[in-house]
Design a protein around this ligand. Sequence first.
Ligand code: EPU
Length: 406
Amino acid sequence: MSGAKNAVLPIMASSLLAEGPVEIANVPRLRDIDTFGTLLGLMGAKVKREETGNPGDVELHIDARGARKAEAPYDMVKTMRASVLVLGPLVARYGMARISLPGGCAIGARPIDQHLKGLSLLGAETKLSEGYIEARADRLTGATIPFDMKTVTGTENLMMAATLAKGTTRLINAAREPEVCDLALALRGMGADIEGEGTDEIVVRGVSSLSGVRHEVMGDRIEAATLLLAGAITGGDVTAEGADAEAMAAVLEKLGESGADVSLLPGGVRVRRNGQIRPVNLATSPYPGFPTDVQAQFMAYMCLCEGQSTIQETIFENRFMHVAELRRMGARIDISGSTATVKGVPRLSGAPCMATDLRASASLVLAGLAANGTTEILRIYHLDRGYEMLERKLSSLGADIARVQE
Ligand code: EPU
């Protein structure tokens, strides 16, 4: 298993807070991580990548002490919304930030109003000018920040900003995702005073400076879930070594309901399936609920269930783009508002199809593994944003899959 993309990105952003080098270990080779490194480089940080060639052996060494340009330009933000994670650290450390306002993206509108509300409560002045958010503050001051909804990067941005604020910050209705906890761990290693991560309320007591740190990133629970689903959809037997069963509990519960045999091993999680796929109803929700980042992959699995399953997407309003492609492979799926009704079919048939976003691409790969005939997936650059060598990992499990073009 690779390191978690969504843990690495905020930890890379946190290097802007540190008065020393930040070393991040267990970094996956992914396009989004390269893009984030380029963004930090544009700001003047030194980003060095050390690798031996094996998965899990990439380390990033980031020294942001020379960073001077507190700006995330449109060209970067438009390719990667997570660029917004530099906002909190920049205002906290340099007193100002200029970040291109992200627009909509393939999976929905995704505004950042909660990030901005939080920064204002911490005392920053924010304004929108020429498509850019400009935020300024001499020194941020601790405050109570009630989030109107759970937001992962919003929680991360404000947790980072609060580490250098004067006084205590309370993040109420904070996101509880394991990646938020991994960031808190890295920040604590830098000397931050943080409590309560993993619960609804995070308390951050500001300190005057943070040091460098060495941090090994948590494993990718979404990648693990995708590989276990690859086993389940093909009637196989897959062990995700190093997978954290607790971080994946909601997915494992639904896999169990579907008739797969889930066993928790000392060093990982094993999923086997022999019998029919039983239909499962689920709704995505913030952690510890069923992750939106596994919804598309689970839907591919449900396409082959015996009966009818309903899948509701409650986090993003437009995260069903895989449906049209799955239908081309013979799936029977109806969408009504935020709910997809999947009527199982005995077989899917291979077809050429188009990846539309990261997790949608993974769902097409899973469907293709189980389908009769050959499936050709175009635009796999979406896949490379968030999965490290997925085709190699699947081949090693016995899948007949090849990358025919970059
Ligand atoms: N939202 C607002 N206002 C805000 C912030 C969020 O309305 O200020 C809404 C969003 O539009 C969305 C919901 O709140 O409807 C939740 O969004 P959230 O902010 O939690 O999403 P995010 O932080 O932008 C992260 C992951 C996503 C993952 C979501 C949900 C990173 C870099 N990205 O996005 O990962 O789907 O949390 O768990 O951590 C992926 O890896 O494929 C991916 C999209």
